[in-house]
Design a protein around this ligand. Sequence first.
Ligand SMILES: Nc1ncnc2c1ncn2[C@@H]1O[C@H](COP(=O)(O)OP(=O)(O)OP(=O)(O)O)[C@@H](O)[C@H]1O
Length: 348
Amino acid sequence: MSIHLNALRKSFSGSPALRGLSADIPKGAFFTVLGPSGCGKSTLLRLVAGLETLDSGGIALAGRPVAGPGVHVAPEARGVAVVFQSYALWPHMSVRENVAFPIETAGASRAEAATRATKHLDTVALTPLAERKPAELSGGQRQRVALARCLASRAATVLMDEPLANLDPHLRGAMEEELTAFHRASGATLLYITHDQREAMALSDLVAVMEEGRFLQVAPPEELHDRPVSSRVAGFVGTGAVIPAEVLSAGGARAQVRLGNGLAAEVGCRPGTTRGTGTVLLRPGQVRIAEGGLPARLESVRYRGGIWEGRARPEGWASALPVAAPARLTPGETVPLRVTGGWLLPEG
Ligand SMILES: Nc1ncnc2c1ncn2[C@@H]1O[C@H](COP(=O)(O)OP(=O)(O)OP(=O)(O)O)[C@@H](O)[C@H]1O
């Protein structure tokens, strides 16, 4: 079901956690909230789940107001399932019972609950471990039990608070696949919380970048990466450099700019951009080593599996440019740079 968030405000002892946050999350979307620790992500999720009450604003699920002035629908009546970082499994129940129990309490017969539990344990490849207790499982396996329980609940909306945070990197990759499969299989609307930008990019249809109780930008991952609204958003997503620029001319979605003290480039921009000063975001792939380019000294180099990424500073420049190359780069060497892309930031 769709989730409508309208001007949400919430303070704790006078300090605001949410400061007028609004968004429309379409039915069936994988919607991720990305932001640093303390920006209000868990507060938002708890408000949607009904575990906190709003100070002002309103929340509607599938068009039905569930929180707002004079309205507070109880968590169990909202039709949402929540997966916390801690998984919240019942320790005395087997894996199978952990999945079947909520189905039974929701009114299904014992036989029906057992059938559905079996089906969903199979989906997350846990059938061989169905009779174990949670204590006898790895972190990733526990996570899969929590996912199976979510699938079995047939909740139309699933809220997930950093569900992969406790897993090692290898397991995270596998669990990302599970999450994508889960989303596809269930057709549920997912409100997913993370502070890991790589995870947000890999999983989501839409990402909201959150800072200090507000969304700075809500967009599909590619748009957030290639066309962020501000240097703040650019800083949350991917790597790169923000360079002062002079806009020489602009037409449609392209602008001719002069970067730093004289490097010419054509970059993307919002329609309606005018001449003047601005800032340009350059991603590593948008600066190439090419004959006749501006000489720059490599200050640092990192191997990224298949490509080398470095930062190179042209003489007299205040900031270094990101550079990517298929061949080995060596710190200290001077390389000729050409800019082959970039994005003029709308808000500096
Ligand atoms: N129950 C509470 N009582 C008092 N302050 C709270 C409470 N819950 C959250 N806060 C405060 O509200 C702000 C937002 O907290 P929240 O847990 O939503 O952030 P977060 O983005 O989820 O952080 P993290 O990524 O570290 O979990 C923080 O300053 C936090 O200290």
